[in-house]
Design a protein around this ligand. Sequence first.
Ligand SMILES: *Cc1c(COP(=O)(O)O)cnc(C)c1O
Ligand code: SF4
Length: 394
Amino acid sequence: MPPIPSETHPAALPLTTAADVPEDQWNDWRWHMRKRINTVEKAQKWIRTTPAEEKAIAESAGKYRWSLTPYYASLMDPDDPLCPVRQQAVPSLGELMEYHGTDVDPVGDMFYRKTNRVVHKYPDRVIMLITEACPVYCRHCTRKFHTTDVDGTYFEKNEGEDFTADLQYIADHPEIRDVLLTGGDPLSYMDGKLEEIISGLRAIPSVEIIRIGSRFPVLLPQRITTELCEMLARYHPVWLNTHFNHPKEITPESEQAIDRLLRHGIPVGNQTVLLRGVNDEVDTMRKLMTELLRIRVRPYYLYHCDNVTGVAHFMTSVEKGWEIMEGLQGHITGFGVPQYVLTTRLGKIPMAQPSYKQVPEGLLLRNYKGQEMVVSQDVYPVTEPSADHGDGGR
Ligand SMILES: *Cc1c(COP(=O)(O)O)cnc(C)c1O
Ligand code: SF4
């Protein structure tokens, strides 16, 4: 891909790289939060912005939030606007275009919302949307109207409203045994406030597991400090799911953050979103999944990109998802293969195509190479033996 020259970036201006930042600052997540990039001028220290990006940044201002950590900016190809890291985090004109069938909330969070923060859609588990803040505002965020839309927000009341009603709802519904903290990014809170929330959950006897959905390991892994991990470990069982979308995001820093979580007994899973032009190729996904296994992160979900307002330009066809899944299944170990799902108002729908089909003789099976065989009903019964046959269930 030849670089698209910028008309506005002063070519002579040297770019900043991670190596230019003193190590103690680079390793300090607070430094990255203070130095977040939210203007073209600041971005041009790290990348050569294109006129299209500059236009998108100007036109999306006041509509969608935008912010980059220097860490995440440092992963970008400074000369290639199609860099997969860059496309996830730098505004593009596609966000402002109209697409068919978009919705701000296609997954129906608002419909299932029971309190300011609790969304109760499944019988035994809830999500708690505890903040709107993220270190980087991903352009493909499924909750774009929650996290990055400047006007629209889930929170009718102040985001800072106390948690009494949310915790009370969970306590009043003892069938809830699994609480997933999300948002926004829960780790945007300082450790003290986060501990208050988590200890409040732990005080509810019916809550068995606490899960955290956080993209900090990808966007600002320095946030995963030993102190944070020690705090979380006081409230076990705690699980964390993160959101790596491309092998470029797996760096020594992110690997160390994952290692700290694992050493504190926090299992780490990953949810990838299938994004057009970012990771919609079998080779990229195979690399991503095997790299995740190398850093001991278990691939969990592959989300089909939701048809969210401002996100639709990232959407692929379902066929593309099938192609990716077929490129993973059997080619890499089973625990490196995520479940391909489409999130809907009815919940997450498993989307992978079955590798078998019922035929009159029994089952037609297909392996990862496309080889087929039929196994007969006599060998692997498909149907339960019926009482009429009087065969005593074999
Ligand atoms: C995704 C989701 C969950 C968690 O689902 P798992 O399949 O258990 O990871 C819970 N509640 C809502 C509303 C969700 O969208
Ligand atoms: S970190 Fe997660 S919640 Fe925040 S903008 Fe990115 S995808 Fe959305």
